[in-house]
Ligand binder design. Structure first.
Ligand SMILES: [Zn+2]
Length: 461
């Protein structure tokens, strides 16, 4: 087509834009409209006591003021939204996700399409998750393109392809997504290729999968970490073993996916961490749920599950909590021991003041297709199984997880922050399972059309 053929379309587009401008002059829709949300209990996400009967102003997708209902100065024409009886908390952030491979019960690289990535971002948004980090299993250039394009669902952050020994990174359909390296030169080259895409972090695997593969060798992860830091990129390591965690800290790694699972956290590790206050752990309990529950969890009956999952999805999920007769008892006991160690070590690190973030592994081998649900169950596990207070769990899932990703506008509700929040029908400080009693979700100041999303997913099933 020649350029001149486009001209009529451009004129039409201009006309439509003018008409849209007229429509947006209506008081409830204009870009300069200020909205006041008032009457709710407000959990700000910084760990301070909630504000009862709160009010906050939102303009252009940002929070401009926070205070008591009736005490904020309202500009003329402000739109009022009554949230009496509700609780408002910051939208969640999930720092350990595997995008694209899961689509319903299917787990395949052929599912890794633009359409599926955008759909998963919508699924997170439906559950009030404002941002996610794809950890190591991005395929080619697609995640970077979708990251730039995605506007309405959860924000898409990605490490692109992670780095491990050849065929020793993630499992199943994700296995070929990584850089397999055996020399320092290859390791540095992989980081340089990644850096050209400006990934949001670099992911490495230091795990022998119970002796089945080779762990990334120390001289290789030292080269990766050094090269990444030269490009101002953080490095997150998937780990299992205490000894590897200590050596990675000495190599200046920035954080860890999963918890130390072979041994109790000891004083030497705590001393190493104390000297490195910005190092983070993503405890990733949802990914170990099969080993953590000995009976059917009550949350399987939550109405929100029936809202969006198919009967097949729910059957598969429910089946994960009755013991598999085919599983060797030794393997079951081993998995349980690792999971129990995760719980104990999470409690120890929290007590020691180590920076904990929320990660779930959703979409990966053990995370399943339950995008967003896993993020909420992670909070419940932190409270019911690790023994944290609901407020501590909420701070991990909001402020801490946003800070780890450098998302300054997310994680807390205060003037200047992005208006990303969840409106709840009940108070999660009374019972952490109330984070799933979601009335509405707002991301970037706009309400997520949860009913329309539900209808879209129901129509597809
Ligand atoms: Zn993972």
């Amino acid at each position: 087509m020649s350029k001149t053929n486009h001209m009529p379309f451009r004129r039409l587009a201009t006309l439509l834009m003018l008409l849209a401008g007229v429509a947006s002059a209506a008081p409830q829709e204009g870009p300069d409209t200020v909205t006041v949300f008032e009457g709710a209990r407000l959990i700000t996400g910084d760990g301070s006591a909630p504000i009862e009967n709160a009010a906050f102003l939102v303009a252009n997708g940002r929070i401009t003021a926070v205070g008591q209902k009736g005490a904020l100065a309202l500009p003329p024409g402000a739109v009022r939204v009554d949230l009496s009886g509700k609780t408002v908390m910051p939208a969640l952030v999930d720092d350990h996700v595997h995008m694209g491979y899961r689509k319903g019960g299917s787990f395949s690289a052929s599912n890794y399409t633009r359409e599926n990535l955008l759909d998963i971002l919508d699924r997170f948004a439906f559950f009030g998750v404002a941002a996610i980090l794809e950890t190591g299993t991005g395929r080619g250039g697609l995640p970077y393109r979708v990251r730039a394009e995605a506007q309405t669902g959860a924000r898409y952050l990605t490490t692109g392809s992670g780095i491990a020994m050849p065929a020793a990174g993630p499992g199943g359909a994700m296995r070929d997504a990584i850089y397999g390296v055996t020399t320092e030169a290859q390791a540095r080259q992989a980081v340089r290729e990644l850096a050209a895409h400006q990934p949001d972090m670099v992911k490495i695997w230091v795990d022998d999968r119970d002796g089945k593969v080779e762990k990334l060798r120390p001289e290789l992860y030292r080269a990766i970490i050094d090269e990444a830091h030269r490009h101002h990129l953080k490095v997150m390591a998937h780990i299992v073993y205490l000894a590897d965690v200590k050596d990675l800290l000495r190599a200046d790694v920035d954080g860890f996916a999963h918890m130390v699972r072979d041994k109790e956290v000891d004083d030497e590790l705590l001393a190493l961490l104390k000297a490195r206050p910005n190092v983070f752990f993503l405890e990733t309990l949802w990914g170990e749920r099969r080993a953590l529950y000995t009976s059917r969890p009550a949350w399987l009956d939550d109405p929100i599950l029936r809202d969006i999952y198919t009967a097949d999805d729910l059957k598969e999920l429910a089946g994960q909590f009755s013991s598999d007769p085919a599983a060797p008892p030794q393997a079951v006991a081993h998995a349980r021991a690792l999971a129990e160690m995760s719980l104990r070590n999470t409690a120890k690190l929290q007590a020691a003041g180590v920076l904990l973030g929320l990660g779930t592994d959703t979409g990966g081998m053990n995370g399943g297709q339950f995008f967003g649900l896993g993020t909420h169950i992670e909070l419940e596990l932190l409270v019911r199984r690790v023994g944290l207070t609901p407020m501590q769990a909420l701070v991990i899932g909001t402020r801490n997880s946003a800070a780890i990703l450098g998302l300054d506008a997310l994680g807390t509700l205060a003037p200047g922050k992005s208006a990303d929040f969840i409106v709840l029908d009940a108070n999660p400080l009374d019972d952490i399972s109330n984070t799933r009693r979601i009335a509405r979700v707002y991301l970037r100041g706009k309400e997520i059309p949860r009913d329309a999303l539900k209808a879209r997913w129901a129509a597809r099933n």
